[in-house]
Ligand binder design. Structure first.
Ligand code: NAD
Ligand code: UDP
Length: 310
């Protein structure tokens, strides 16, 4: 099977490339290196089944493939808010380019959507049927609405053009190959704890998130792609919920750090709670997460220790 992974040099994309190569498939990794890095795929470059394409997903491109994993998009609020208009273009024009390609070559295509389509949810936990509570004009809208529009495009291409689509809604995922300056909470806290710096808790830390380890996530994505019944959207995440303050305390404990936790202003529209209902993933994919947060942090901390030389 020949696979295209857009955003393949990023955190999740590089793990998908690696898993597909391990399974004996061919992989084309497309990336503009906005938040991804050559480091993430350096170990794959010598593999004859691996090809790297420096390319922006918003510009047209042609390749012959059987599967498309559309992962290209900055995922950290810091990075997607850096150039919000570009973020919308990446989600919307990127989806159009990938769907057009899938239609032309008859490839099956999967979209990396997000729990952000639920915005600041009033229903808890969030099932796929919940339509969300997104502020369309806020600072997070470039990402949230871009991803919502990408979902719309996926379902319209599916209905109108019979494109073989899959949509997964990914909840907060962490693990090795996140960039140390990614800006998301798990990487920030681990790096700060390792450096002996204060942990920056936004708000009072009572907001919640549910953290999925990368290996669990990749397994669910590959299963979604290779089953025939469920187009999606399918929630993928770990349903065990933590407050952000609990996460900070856990990281300090696991790193063995005496850093302090300091409160910083809460960014606008920061969702107060988030936890996936994964009933559909359990039933359609026979999947549920295997790695809980304490173990996942132990697998992740050594990576950051090496990456920042602490
Ligand atoms: P990441 O920032 O590490 O990876 C994104 C990759 O896309 C990077 O390699 C980046 O250089 C590339 N990219 C960005 N804009 C591009 C463009 N215009 N053209 C080509 N490449 C481009 O983030 P990640 O965590 O690996 O996220 C991957 C995907 O999964 C994203 O679509 C994200 O929205 C989605 N997602 C991730 C999470 C998570 O918790 N990790 C949660 C929900 C959704
Ligand atoms: N957060 C924090 N300190 C940080 C980074 C993030 O307290 O250094 C909080 C953030 O306000 C949010 C949660 O952690 O409530 C998750 O943030 P992240 O950016 O990882 O992802 P989100 O789920 O908000 O997209």
């Amino acid at each position: 099977m020949k696979n295209l992974v857009t955003g393949g040099a990023g955190f999740l994309g590089s793990h998908i490339c690696e898993r597909l190569l391990d399974q004996g498939h061919e992989v084309i990794c497309l990336d503009n290196f906005f938040t991804g890095s050559k480091q993430n795929i350096a170990h794959l470059l010598g593999n004859p089944d691996f090809e790297l394409m420096r390319q922006d997903v918003t510009d047209p491109f042609k390749v012959e493939v059987d599967r498309i994993y559309n992962m290209a998009c900055p995922a950290s609020p810091v990075h997607y808010q850096y150039n919000p208009i570009k973020t919308v273009k990446t989600s919307v024009m990127g989806a159009i380019n990938c769907l057009g390609l899938a239609k032309r070559v008859g490839a099956r295509i999967l979209q990396a959507s997000t729990s952000e389509v639920y915005g600041d949810p009033e229903i808890h936990p969030q099932p796929e049927s919940y339509r969300g509570n997104v502020n369309p004009i806020g600072l997070r809208a470039c990402y949230d609405e871009g991803k919502r529009c990408a979902e719309t495009l996926f379902f319209d291409y599916h209905r109108e053009n019979k494109v073989d689509t899959r949509v997964v809604r990914i909840f907060n995922t962490y693990g090795p190959r996140m960039s140390p300056d990614d800006g998301r909470v798990v990487s920030n806290f681990i790096v700060q704890a390792l450096r002996g710096e204060d942990l920056t808790l936004y708000g009072d830390g009572s907001q919640t998130r549910s953290f999925c380890y990368v290996d669990d996530l990749v397994e669910a994505i590959l299963r979604t792609m290779e089953q025939d019944e469920t187009v999606g959207p399918v929630n993928i995440g770990n349903p065990v919920e933590f407050t952000i303050r609990e996460l900070a305390e856990k990281v300090l404990d696991k790193v063995g750090s005496s850093s302090k936790i300091v409160e910083k202003p809460l960014p606008s529209d920061d969702p107060t709670q988030r936890k996936p209902d994964i009933s559909l993933a359990k039933q359609a994919l026979g999947w549920e997460p295997q790695v809980q947060l304490a173990d996942g942090l132990e697998l992740t901390i050594p990576y950051f220790r090496k990456a920042i030389g602490c």
